[in-house]
Design a protein around this ligand. Structure first.
Ligand code: GYE
Length: 346
């Protein structure tokens, strides 16, 4: 049921994108060939047809390969869509994102899009945007605001489902194994939607096999350097306690790649001595998987720029958009690495 909804949501977005691009226009007023007269009126009132839309985008940072691809997708597609993009990098700090959003409000941009670094603490600034009449689009990560009127839509992955998919792969992989299977977990940024949800979905599924146990879990902040550092500490304490580490579950590719380095330096073979599960699906991770160092990658798609621009055009034109729009993604076990690597876009 979830799957059906997921793909139909994707199709809906794809169809909307096709329809509007088929109209071949760049101004919001003239894209309304398929809109009702009321929506056209709202569009004209909202924005003169000859003026470029100004979009303020408050990015999380540049913490990972995923993020770099996401930023490029946003920048390239803004250019393509004829949208004037104001872009800021918050260096993974919520206070910087809030500052950036406030400056977009002060500049009276037409729309604000942002990928909230953590889930909580956004109500005040979102209310300020709403009071200023500036529509907000959430991309990639969610907020936990109870008042959903504070934003127009949330476009991004289902992180709980990603965690479940990682868990399902593991449950199947070890189904014939006897005895305890120790998992170490590298969590994403503390308090971020992907870290919370990827943990939740994974734990929910691995519960079905009592042998599976998370024995160590710590944040590596979604970066390679931190992933390596935390894995080094895990290796050290596992040695001291004389415990085995059978599985590494990393919430993103960068942390997995950092951990792989730490494992190799300690003489442990990633992908063989320890199963490695990663998330995102960057080229670097697929290369490591082709080399046998990662066992499975659950994909998370960062290339959401074109969808973001279409949504921004629609909300600025006063059109209704679905409150939740999902991105489409897959699961890639090791045997697919060689074939899939040349297809990777990021
Ligand atoms: O998995 C990670 C990035 O929010 C989905 O953020 C995103 C995550 C992604 O730093 O690599």
């Amino acid at each position: 049921m979830k799957k059906v909804w997921k793909s139909s949501a994707f199709l809906l977005v794809a169809a909307t994108m096709f329809l509007t691009s088929a109209c071949g226009s760049s101004s919001p007023a003239s894209t309304s060939g398929s809109a009702s007269p009321a929506a056209t009126k709202a569009a004209e009132a909202a924005k003169p047809a000859d003026k470029k839309i100004v979009l303020g985008f408050a990015q999380v940072g540049a913490e990972s390969g995923w993020r770099t691809a996401n930023t490029k997708s946003i920048q390239d597609s803004a250019k393509e869509a004829g949208i004037d993009l104001k872009f800021s990098d918050a260096q993974q700090k919520q206070e910087n994102q809030i500052k950036a959003i406030r400056s977009y409000i002060a500049q009276k941009v037409d729309a604000i899009a942002f990928s909230p670094v953590v889930e909580s603490g956004w109500d005040t600034v979102l209310k300020e945007a709403k009071d200023a009449g500036i529509p907000v689009v959430l991309t990639d990560r969610a907020v936990d605001s109870k008042d959903t009127s504070l934003y127009k839509t949330f476009l991004g992955s289902d992180f709980v489902e990603e965690g479940r998919n990682a868990g399902k792969w593991l449950v199947e992989k070890v189904k014939d194994q006897k005895g305890p299977i120790n998992i170490v977990e590298l969590q994403g940024t503390t308090g971020s939607a992907p870290a919370i949800d990827r943990k939740k979905g994974f734990e929910e599924v691995i519960k079905s096999n009592p042998n599976l146990k998370i024995v160590k879990s710590q944040t590596g902040d979604f970066t390679r350097a931190k992933g390596k550092e935390v894995m080094e500490a895990f290796i050290k304490s596992a040695k001291a306690e004389n415990t085995k580490m059978d599985v590494l579950y990393a919430h993103n590719d960068d942390m997995a790649l950092g951990a792989i380095q730490a494992l190799e330096e300690a003489g442990i073979k990633p992908g063989k001595d320890i199963l490695v599960i990663s998330l995102d699906g960057t080229k670097d991770a697929f290369t490591a998987m082709k080399d046998g160092k990662i066992n499975v990658i659950v994909e998370c798609n960062p290339l959401m720029g074109p969808q973001v621009m279409q949504i921004v055009k629609d909300v600025v034109a006063g059109k209704e958009v679905p409150k939740r729009i999902l991105t489409k993604e897959g699961v890639f076990p090791q045997e697919t690495a060689e074939k899939e690597l040349p297809n990777r876009q990021y």
